[in-house]
Each structure stands twice: as C-alpha cells, then as structure tokens.
Design a protein around this ligand. Structure first.
Ligand code: BDR
Ligand code: CA
Length: 360
C-alpha cells in the first residue's frame, strides 16, 4: 500500500482527499494507518449491505441519549440491545433513562438491560454536575412503561456474542467499560467473536475533562478500560480530541429545535442543559456532543481520521489515574492496540445527526 506522510496540521479534508486514492473497502477491512494519519471508511448505501449489528453499552446521559436516538433512526444499524452501566448517573437512573429514550424514539421493542452498578475495583464517581440529578435533565420525559429485561446485561452480551456468527457484532461503548470488561473476564472466548469495539473515551491532545489528565469514562473505571485495551479486540477510540471539535453551537441547536416533531425539541433542550456547564468550562461556542460521535463513526467513518497506535491505561498513579497514555508519536515499540481518532468533519457529522433525528 502506498505510504503518504502527513504533517500534524493536516485536517480531515486533506486526509479525505488522500484517502480517495485508495481502495476504500480494502482500506476499511485492513484498518491500516497510512503514513500515520488515516481517514476511514465508506458510507456504502444501506441497501447494498446488511444492517450492522450493534450492542450499545451506555450510561445515559444526554449525549448518550442523542447517540441512542441517532442509532435507532439509522437503517444501517440493527440495535440488538442496550446494556446500561453506572456512570453519568447511578444504574437505577441510567437504565430508566435508556428506556425513556427508546420510547421517545417510538421503539419500546428495544431490549434494555441493567449491568454493573459500580466500577470493577473502585467506588462509583458520577457526573451529576453536568447531567443533572436524573442524568437526563433538560426535558422531562414520561416514566417508561416498557420493561427492563430481567437478564443481567453481562449475560446478554455473552449470550449474544456466542449466538451470532463470529465477527458480526460490534459494541458501541458510550460509558465506563465495566460491563464489557466483566463480560470479557467471565467469558474470554467472546473476545474473538466481537467485530469491533468503538468507544467514546480517553484523550491525548485534550488530556482530561474530569481530572487534568483523565476523560470521564476511562476515569470512572480505569481497570475495566485496561482489560478492554489489552483484549486484542479491534478497538476504535473516539477521544475528547475528536468530541471537542463537535460543538453544539447555537445554530446547530436551533437546527435540532426546528425539526418537525418532539425529538428535535427534546434533544435541543438536553443540549441547552449541559451547555450551561460546558460553555463556561471550555469558553467554547457550544458544548461538545461526545457520544453521538461513536454512532456517527459507525455510519460515516469517512468523516473521521486517526492513527493506529498503542494506548495504555494508567490505573495506579493518584495524580494521573484514568489517563490514556497514547503513543501518538510512536516513540515506543509498544504494539498498536487501538485506532485513536484525531479529526472529524464536524459539520458533516452534525448534518448527519440532525438528518437522523429528523427521521424519528
Ligand atoms: C463522556 O462522559 C460522559 O459525561 C458523557 O456521556 C461521555 O460519554 C465524556 O467524557
Ligand atoms: Ca456516556
């Protein structure tokens, strides 16, 4: 494969141009980084392929909720189930929120499971300061009437991966990785059956959002993250470096609000709610919309670029616990274990999110 050297200042558009010179399908399949910076994928027409089977593991959370809505609105994806984890809010709230979101999408048929109510080895840290007391403040939805599945989330993950053909189920991880790590520890055979894990978490250039050196999802359960990053599973990381480019500006929030129907108004209200905190924190034009980037990547990998690198998780140091120690510059000989995304075509992604929300 042709090698191309790109400078760090290269932006997505440039990477996309270069990418067009390659056989896109072969490129995705091999996930090979070209000269360090690569942009991925192809949005093949949904009709030309089967819907990609995904399990969404989440801790809703307003941005998780928007991600779930976008996934449920997308025929390219088949959501086998939503497994909930404690994170943004305690488990009792995240599993309830997931069901409210499914009902908002008109999908009470979706299977929702409760998973871990705390990290593998540490006390739970939540993010009520950002997401509010319910985890989903900003718009009051009716209490869900659809059931919570009685099967524990981890059992569902294991059973599903053992049932489905090898390499046909992807996990979209939007919260702390406790459920996924527990499943891998309990049933190591499933590692070889997972098509890919695409996760929101970590940071290199943006460093941290919950501590100076850690992103929230990894910080909450670094031990679980360590299990996942060491698993050998094809792993794509959507870090703060990407999500901090995807800002819900006033114009974009208004575009949501302008959608016909309730979903756009609810999503815009959620964005308004968590913006009040993030705008002040980052002094930015709008709050970052983290978790929908994962679903956006599954739908349009060509909007993103990144590098295949080694990432290790700090689990010991009091000062830097939860840090994703990313060998972006390849200064070690550690074996690459993750495709770490760096750039995104933010407007392209927002157009996609809004178009999909408009389908509900
Ligand atoms: C991540 O933490 C949560 O607050 C969001 O839902 C997102 O998954 C961002 O650091
Ligand atoms: Ca989340």
């Amino acid at each position: 494969m042709k090698k191309v050297r790109l400078s760090e200042s290269s932006q997505t558009d440039m990477a996309i141009d270069i990418f067009k010179a390659f056989d896109r399908r072969a490129f995705i399949q091999s996930m090979v980084a070209i000269g360090g910076l690569a942009t991925f994928g192809a949005n093949w027409p949904a009709s030309a392929q089967q819907a990609r089977k995904i399990i969404i593991d989440a801790d809703p959370g307003q941005d998780d909720a928007i991600a779930i809505l976008v996934a449920l609105a997308s025929p390219e994806l088949s959501v086998l189930g939503i497994t909930c984890v404690a994170g943004n809010a305690p488990l009792a709230l995240t599993q309830k929120n997931a069901r409210m979101v499914c009902e908002l999408a008109g999908r009470p048929d979706i299977l929702v499971f409760a998973g871990a109510d705390r990290p593998l080895k540490r006390p739970l840290v939540t993010a009520g300061h950002l997401h509010g007391h319910t985890g989903l403040d900003g718009y009051t939805l009716p209490d869900p009437t659809m059931p919570l599945q009685s099967q524990p989330a981890v059992e569902f993950i294991i059973e599903t991966l053992r049932r489905e053909p090898v390499g046909t189920v992807t996990i979209a991880a939007l919260g702390p990785l406790t459920n996924i790590a527990t499943a891998l520890q309990r049933a190591p055979d499933i590692a070889g059956r997972i098509e890919e894990i695409v996760m929101m978490g970590g940071a290199y250039f943006e460093v941290g959002n919950i501590t100076p050196t850690a992103e929230f999802n990894v910080y909450v359960d670094p031990d679980a993250a360590q299990v996942v990053f060491a698993s050998g599973i094809k792993l794509t990381v959507v870090p703060l470096d990407v999500t901090h480019q995807v800002l819900a500006t006033a114009a974009r929030a208004q575009a949501m609000r302008n959608l016909p129907g309730k979903v756009g108004i609810v999503a815009a209200s959620w964005v308004d709610f968590f913006e009040r905190f993030d705008k002040e924190k980052y002094g930015a034009d709008g709050a970052p919309i983290h978790d929908p980037c994962v679903i956006g990547y599954l739908l349009r990998p060509d909007l993103f670029s990144g590098r295949l690198v080694n990432v290790e998780i700090e689990t010991v140091s009091e000062l830097t616990v939860g840090m994703t120690v990313t060998d972006w510059w390849r200064v070690t000989r550690r074996v690459p274990n993750a495709t770490f995304l760096r750039y995104v075509n933010a407007q392209g992604l927002f157009d996609l999110i809004i178009e999909r929300l408009g389908r509900l």
